[in-house]
Design a binder for this molecule. Structure first.
Ligand SMILES: [Fe+2]
Ligand SMILES: [Fe+2]
Length: 299
């Protein structure tokens, strides 16, 4: 059995004090928003409890689907790297970025220099100036295929975009990894599909991503961004593809919202006869204890 843990959207705090010159563009509204409400929602002590529970589960690998940062201040990337290092070494932890990690233009060098070891695929050179997506990592029977949907967006928007070239490369990897008879896990920050209410947070080319997955297949898609437990199925070429969302790992318990949590994906079997059990763990509604929220067999 191979156990993949999935954790997302830690929105690490405290937010470093910005220089005045750094408070430009979208960062202004994001900074005000953080100090008005978000610092009360995303709590370091909550995240510490979630991570301690995750570590006690001793997973074989940990997938992190973005939003480590909040407003992409240059000072956010080094503390986030320290958090990743505490979570595990780069061979045990795979990361894809979220929209809060690429909140404004011009921060790609921070992403590359601080987090690159966790984002690069097995065959990627570590001296390239660009991070390449999709990333591909082979771990146990799994093929971890990481996408970047993280792009800067206008104020009050949180949309994502993959681009045609990334989706084309994804299709090729899904085919080659199926031929390797691997359990294909697609990692992405944005959900492939959003409700009309979340239109301003949607993946803009989600329809093209869904078409690629439905045509080329995948065993599992995992995402963050919505900060809630979710499970939908896409129609696959041979079988339905489960798409699994997870709450923010730092979200304090409050009415009407999923408390902080993470998922464990317990995978066994072989190509054509995979079995995958999902164990969702999280804080109780009163925030008092970490507990099993639900257990689902994906068949
Ligand atoms: Fe988030
Ligand atoms: Fe997000």
């Amino acid at each position: 059995m191979f156990v993949l843990a999935h954790v997302s959207d830690p929105h690490l705090s405290p937010l470093p004090r910005p220089r005045w010159s750094e408070l430009v563009g979208k960062r202004v509204t994001g900074f005000v928003n953080w100090h008005r409400t978000r610092h009360l929602i995303h709590r370091a002590e909550v995240l510490a409890r979630v991570v301690a529970d995750l570590e006690a589960s001793a997973p074989d690998h940990i997938a992190v689907t973005g939003d480590l940062a909040n407003i992409s201040l240059p000072g956010e990337y080094a503390p986030a790297r320290a958090w990743l290092q505490a979570l595990g070494t780069p061979d045990r932890v795979s990361l894809v970025p979220g929209n809060h990690d690429v909140y404004v233009r011009g921060i790609a060098s921070h992403l590359h220099s601080q987090w690159g070891a966790y984002i690069r695929g097995d065959d990627a050179k570590d001296d390239t100036s660009e991070l390449e997506f999709p990333l591909l990592r082979r771990r146990g029977p799994l093929a971890l295929i990481g996408l970047s949907s993280a792009v800067p967006s206008a104020p009050f928007m949180a949309t994502g975009r993959l681009g045609g070239a990334q989706i084309t490369r994804l299709a090729g990897l899904l085919d080659s990894c199926r031929e390797e008879r691997r359990f294909r896990v697609v990692l992405i920050h944005h959900p492939p599909m959003s409700t009309p209410r979340r239109h301003f947070k949607r993946l803009i080319d989600g329809a093209k991503l869904r078409a690629a997955i439905e045509k080329h297949g995948a065993e599992l898609v995992i995402h963050g961004h919505d900060h809630t437990h979710s499970l939908i199925y896409l129609a696959g070429a041979h079988r339905p593809v489960p798409v699994l969302g997870v709450p923010s790992a730092s979200q304090a318990s409050r009415p009407g919202h999923s408390p902080a949590g993470y998922n464990l994906c317990r995978i066994e079997g072989q190509a054509g006869a995979w079995q995958c059990e999902i164990i969702a763990r999280g804080l109780s509604a009163d925030g008092g204890t970490m507990m099993e929220i639900r257990r689902i067999s994906l068949g």
